[in-house]
Design a protein around this ligand. Structure first.
Ligand code: ACO
Length: 413
């Protein structure tokens, strides 16, 4: 039996045909140690702490060190989430990483994290929906869980935005920071968890923010073209005031639509965990919804905009501050590049699993991480060795084995 410590508040919540619900069972976050304050930025850019604070609410942000990356931050957040959920990596069926700054176009950052965790039974993919990516990814995982096709999923939002900043562009470089957050979603027969989601896109806003990089169109950009269009390869561009207007327009409606889909109203909401872009955007959304600004969780002051990582990081800090209790109704809302936007209603309550706690699970997780590292290295070393042998002995080694196999097939035919 699965037990949920829950004081369910209402009877209007959706029931899913399969009788399965997707609950948040674990969470974690990771941010780099390096802090870049507004005063630090003043030293190399024509701006001021006062301007940045009054226009955005940001005081400082974290900057990934040389040895840190989207995958390494994502991995740390994921390991914490697995710890809280008390599950082994091998129990994961799916790993999704929402990011706009993946390690590579492919292999996916999700595959790298899956490998480093030792999540050997999981499928893995990256999801690109900019700052809305985390909400999109949680919805994909929740739908797979509710359909019964998987039981356990890891969803990570991870970014190294400062690697794609044009540090001479004062309208964008002051806004962004690096970090990662993750949650584990688990199947349960207890009602609650992810109740509804509204995902939207308006690609006509494709020229308002983006990162020209190794895409089928972007590779055709000549240096002159990019300069004329004020685009720099691998650097983010943004028309801030247009994005601001778009964000303030969509947040309120999107939240109300998701609540309506869940059979709830604003009065039922205990906390809104929004994408952390700009404190003024949150003030404006609170005014539009006629709710107290404190209903919105905000930590933009200390991390800036960490894109797809900002919602799970804010969620972790809300939990740490005791702002979330079992039975609470939370709303996640994201908005950003695409343009995209997304809202989601979650009834909080960690399922008290059918006592399937693993003995020595902490140690087994650690062993899994060490084993995963060695396994991955061993496979790559063996592959490289085979290639070297094939090069040294043309016609021998692997080639010979393949021919032998083919001969065997012919004999069989
Ligand atoms: N320091 C000092 N002055 C500045 C700075 C700066 N860092 N940046 C811009 N200015 C100046 C401009 O040059 C302009 O000067 P001018 O009037 O002489 O031309 C003036 O300040 C006003 O510029 P605006 O761009 O109109 O300033 P605004 O009040 O709109 O604030 C900001 C800019 C903070 C970028 C705001 O538009 C914003 O937050 N936009 C939304 C960003 C966002 O939410 N992004 C989310 C999605 S991100 C994603 O999906 C990856």
């Amino acid at each position: 039996m699965v037990i949920l410590n829950n004081n369910h508040k209402n009877g209007g919540r959706p029931r899913f045909d399969t009788g399965l619900y997707a609950h948040v069972a674990g969470w974690g976050m990771a941010v780099p140690e390096n802090v870049l304050t507004n005063e630090d930025i003043e030293a190399f850019l024509e701006t001021s702490d006062e301007w940045i604070r009054t226009r955005t609410g940001i005081r400082e942000r974290r900057i990934a060190g040389e040895r840190e990356s989207t995958a390494s931050l994502g991995l740390r957040a994921a390991q914490q989430a697995l710890e809280v959920a008390d599950i082994l990596p091998v129990e994961l069926d799916m790993v999704i990483v929402a990011t706009s700054t993946p390690e590579h176009i492919f292999p996916s950052t999700a595959s790298l994290i899956q490998d480093q965790l030792g999540a050997s039974r999981a499928g893995a993919f990256d999801l690109s929906a900019a700052c809305s990516g985390f909400v999109y990814a949680v919805d994909m995982a929740a739908q797979a869980i509710r359909s019964g096709s998987i039981e356990t999923a890891l969803v990570v939002g991870a970014e190294t935005m400062t690697r794609v900043m044009d540090w001479q562009d004062r309208s964008t470089s002051i806004l962004f920071g690096d970090g990662a957050g993750a949650i584990v979603l688990k199947s349960s027969e207890i009602e609650g968890g992810v109740l509804s989601a509204v995902l939207r896109s308006d690609g006509s806003g494709c020229d308002l923010l983006g990162i020209p990089t190794v895409g089928s169109q972007d590779v055709l950009l000549s240096p002159e073209m990019s300069q004329n269009g004020h685009l720099k390869m691998h650097k983010m561009f943004m028309h801030g005031s247009e994005v601001f207007k778009f964000a303030t327009r969509v947040i309120g409606d999107s939240i109300l639509e998701a609540l309506d889909k869940a059979g709830l109203t604003l009065d039922d909401v205990d906390l809104i965990v929004p994408h952390q872009a700009n404190d003024r955007i949150l003030q404006s959304a609170a005014r539009a919804l006629k709710v107290d600004k404190d209903l919105f969780m905000s930590n933009v002051e200390r991390y800036g905009n960490t894109s797809a990582a900002s919602i799970p990081i804010a969620l972790c800090e809300a939990l740490e501050q005791g702002r979330v209790e079992d039975g609470d109704v939370l709303v996640f809302v994201g908005f950003g590049g695409g343009l995209t936007w997304a809202s989601m209603v979650v009834q909080w309550g960690v399922p008290d699993e059918d006592m399937q706690t693993h003995r020595f699970s902490k140690q087994r997780r650690k062993l899994s991480y060490i084993g995963a590292r060695w396994r991955s290295r061993a496979i790559r070393t063996r592959r490289n060795l085979n290639e070297t042998i094939d090069r040294i002995r043309p016609g021998g080694g692997r080639l010979k084995r393949l021919r032998h196999k083919a001969d065997q097939h012919e004999d069989f035919d």
